[in-house]
Design a protein around this ligand. Sequence first.
Ligand code: FES
Length: 341
Amino acid sequence: MSEKAKSAKEHNYESGLAVVAADKIKDPGLEPHRVRMTDKSPAHERAANRQVAALFILSAIGSVAAIVAYFAFPLTDDLGTVRANTWWLGISITLGLFGIGLGAVHWAKTLMPDAEVSEERHQTRGSDEVRARAIEIIKLADQESGFTRRKLIRRSMYTALALFPLPAIFFFGDLGPSPADSLRHTMWRKGTRLAKDPDGTPIKASDVTLGSIFHVIPAGLEDLHETKLEEKAKAAVILVRVDPADLIESEERKSWSYDGIVAYSKICTHVGCPVALYEQQTHHLLCPCHQSTFDLVDGCKVIFGPASRALPQLPIAVDSEGYLVAQSDFNEPVGPSFWER
Ligand code: FES
């Protein structure tokens, strides 16, 4: 038989793939065992023992430092505090995590049994004899690894493991107060004047010409530093004047607009981006984030995109001096509609 024919016989080419017969693969066996320094020298073993403990202690220090850093570098409006807070928390949490990880790896590599073992597969539940043997093995492993005997390592590891999750308590506590009902209400009240964003100038109905668009906040926010920014953001409104004949209004909403002027929440009902683009010809309001499109003359209903509900409408009127005012707060929550899902 030719060499080519022999090769074809040794390989199966039927599926287009060369499959080498199983009996042609030799078991490479285990590499020769290399004795570690910690197995040969008690001095090296003691040193490794101290190193593992030091790593666990380092982890414990990192976890405590994370808690200290959390209180020592509180976040304020100053960018420098954000930098310090991030830097110190990052370093300390890294130490906490790395100390535990490196300590465990170093312990396993230098002090735990270093014997190559091959194990046959067996049923998931072993016989009683096997289970009894397993317990023996666990006890033996405990003896050999020194888990019970090496008190310093064990205690320092417990300390590290116990302290490591602690910073999370503070971090999760910092996620902010429960929103409770705050998502359902904004700063708009009956009689609050509509003002230009950002200068706070109250808007008269006569200022709003046909087709013009205003970005609006409640009047009286001149002292913006004192005002909670999230409250101001929730109250953001788009104000537009259209031909009253173009408006499609339900009976209830007929009194919510004023001579073709309508006001809608500026917070997209998809995931909360500001809806800031207005197409005068089509009366469409566009959200730039994911292209949700709302029909301004038809209750700001969604006509395209991922938003699932219309923009909430702010009922408006005009006061005795001709300024636009809110009749009330929005009648429904502004922003993403997660509470409906
Ligand atoms: S946030 Fe407006 S479409 Fe996604």
